[in-house]
Design a protein around this ligand. Structure first.
Ligand code: FEO
Length: 623
């Protein structure tokens, strides 16, 4: 029997739920089931947005037929070719032989790979920005590559303000009768599954999700219709905010995920002892046994919290199997911006700590603390002080009330895991080059500066000289806060061009620039070709003819990489392109017979070629 719901007057949800699926994509358990959403628009033309997984085809086709109520199906838009949304496309065509397919060229390629029907004959290609009129509704197409496959696109219905967002904004979990997120307590009951869905399905593609969010931010979205989970029509901004955190790999909460791998409970015991010490300091902890909890759940927790402790026994001279599987998965998901501590155990040759550190080295922007703990078989009384040191080191990276910035107070743009205050970041300062960033309202800007100096250590203060003609200068004057991204030797010239060769007064330097994140103060910092971030709050200004020197208190400092800083000298020697030597133009005459060149403006009329003995008449002037 059909089972559909109305989204609005002329738009219907015609999807279905599956509660029997054990493993989504064969990998992720879905104990609460999953929904496959499809939407049918009844305008002058009838337009179906995607189909469903083969497992729920029966009720889906009943829904489509019932909602069409005898009308033809004119179009189906294929936003995503993954079979959980397209497996029933061929059957749809059999049932509605006149239906046309609206999709992009990448989708068409995949469609030919998956199906045997005549795709060419059926498809009407669309591209980003194209407008399709269904009658009253005007649909625009928005590419969203790698959210979650390369062909993914979204459709924005300008008439109703509906964004058909493909996998983005989806969640695990069947709908259980509700269709709208506001019919349930989403943040209490479904957010964890939404995070697990996001982090595992598209978590690897934060940059691409950020790009899609940027496009979406220009749309007036009244309805959000994803391919899994609930339709959003209220408080959409709350959910988008979660996505912004996840896509930027920013923690939602300060807290420590302790993931351990233990054969005979001794490593587990050390993890427990650390958890107790952290709790006694008022730090939130969650614990996972990697042998029991699937990686997808631990990955989801890591996306939520600011800190991660990895405790593993050594096994076959390596990392314990389940911990290794989890870690590979985590690294593959591109985790960033976390503070990490490693604990290793080994009865005769503990190596898991070193190996875990090596794996973590593949991730960007991880603050892996030096403080560690090596256990030989079992934790002993005399090692408890080492555990205290580890707990203290974690505690030192937890933001305290006194570190709270204005942005924290306002609750805007706050990275819950920051500010980190790692004094090692200050060692990155040299007579080098830096990207100085600031923000005024919604506008971000940045410029290249070459004078950032630590003035005093206690209190930790720096000074920066900024050209008074610049946009960044004016922003700092107005807001009193800035970030310094210390440029490293792996910086490429395009970074200097991006921030140094154009004016923020006429260009939006962050419009097409993806390699940035936001620190706790809400300001941008550059994440590529940089080795440290320093956030600061101005306490004093001194004006010179051309520059203002801002003296500022450091509110956050973080090491981003181990690549040495760029010095001014290094920049000129290795990064700035060398001017191409201008080949000196020879003035002279060339022998047409043998190629001998006579250098000189005037060729004597009686000249004889010394090579081939031909006369001056066989020479011609060099061009
Ligand atoms: Fe729900 Fe990427 O498929």
């Amino acid at each position: 029997m059909y089972c559909y719901r109305k989204v609005m007057d002329d738009l219907y949800w015609v999807g279905a739920n599956d509660r029997r699926l054990a493993m989504f994509e064969g990998v992720y358990s879905v104990p609460d089931g999953v929904s496959y959403n499809s939407y049918l628009l009844l305008d002058e033309k009838t337009v179906l947005c995607d189909t469903v997984d083969a497992a729920v085809g029966t009720v889906f086709f009943e829904n489509v037929e019932k909602v069409l109520d005898g009308r033809h199906l004119d179009y189906v838009i294929v936003h995503h070719m993954e079979p959980d949304h397209s497996a029933t496309l061929e059957e749809l065509i059999r049932r509605y032989p006149d239906v046309r397919i609206l999709c992009n060229s990448k989708t068409k390629t995949l469609m030919k790979q998956f199906f045997t029907f005549d795709v060419e004959d059926r498809v009407q290609l669309v591209k980003e920005g194209d407008v399709f009129s269904a009658g009253r509704h005007e649909l625009t197409f928005v590419n969203a590559p790698m959210v979650h496959w390369p062909e993914v696109m979204m459709t924005y219905d300008k008439t109703s303000g509906t964004l058909f967002s493909a996998d983005a904004f989806g969640t695990f979990g069947a709908l259980n009768g509700a269709l709208f997120a506001d019919e349930v307590d989403f943040m209490r009951d479904y957010l964890d599954e939404a995070r697990r869905y996001y982090s595992n399905i598209v978590g690897k593609y934060g940059t691409q999700v950020t790009a899609a969010l940027k496009k979406a931010s220009g749309l007036d979205i009244k309805y959000l219709c994803p391919l899994h989970g609930f339709v959003w029509r209220k408080n959409i901004g709350d959910y988008i905010d979660k996505y912004q955190h996840w896509a930027a790999y920013k923690p939602e909460e300060t807290g420590v995920v302790i993931a351990y791998a233990s054969v005979y409970h001794h490593t587990e015991n050390a993890a427990e002892c650390l958890a107790v010490r952290l709790r006694e300091k008022g730090i939130k902890t969650v614990m996972f046994d990697t042998s029991v909890t699937p990686p997808s759940e631990i990955i989801s927790a890591v996306f939520k919290y600011s800190h991660l402790v990895l405790a593993s026994t050594t096994y076959n001279a390596g990392i314990f199997v389940q911990m290794e599987a989890f870690l590979y998965d985590l690294v593959e998901h591109n985790i960033q911006n976390r503070t990490v501590v490693v604990i290793e155990n080994g009865s005769w040759a503990p190596t898991s700590g070193k190996l875990m550190r090596e794996l973590l080295g593949k991730c960007k922007n991880l603050n892996v603390l030096n403080e560690t703990l090596t256990i030989k078989s079992a934790l002993k009384e005399d090692q408890l002080s080492q555990l205290d040191v580890v707990a203290d080191a974690i505690d030192a990276t937890i933001p305290k009330k006194t570190d709270v910035t204005k942005a924290d107070e306002k609750g805007e743009g706050v990275d819950a895991g920051a500010p980190v205050l790692d004094p090692k970041a200050m060692f990155k300062l040299s007579y080098g080059l830096f990207v100085l960033t600031a923000k005024d309202g919604e506008k971000d800007n940045g410029c290249i500066v070459n004078t950032v100096i630590q003035v005093t250590e206690k209190p930790n203060r720096i000074q920066v000289a900024v050209n008074r003609n610049g946009c960044t200068h004016d922003m700092i004057k107005k807001t009193g806060v800035f970030n310094v991204s210390v440029l490293a030797q792996d910086a490429t010239f395009d970074l200097f061009r991006q921030f140094g060769f154009q004016s923020g007064k006429s260009a939006d330097k962050f419009a097409d620039f993806a390699d940035y994140s936001r620190s706790a103060n809400g300001l941008t910092y550059v994440t590529r070709g940089t080795n440290a971030l320093i956030s600061a709050k101005v306490v004093q200004e001194v004006e010179f003819e051309t520059h203002t020197v801002f003296i500022a208190e450091v509110t956050e400092c973080r090491v981003l990489s181990d690549v040495p800083s760029v010095t001014y000298e290094y920049y000129f020697a290795h990064i700035k392109p060398k001017p191409q030597p201008v080949e000196e133009k020879k003035v002279g005459w060339v022998c047409r017979i043998c190629g001998y060149v006579y250098e000189g403006e005037v060729l004597p009329p009686d000249f004889i070629c010394p090579i081939c003995k031909h006369p001056a008449s066989d020479f011609e002037k060099l061009q």
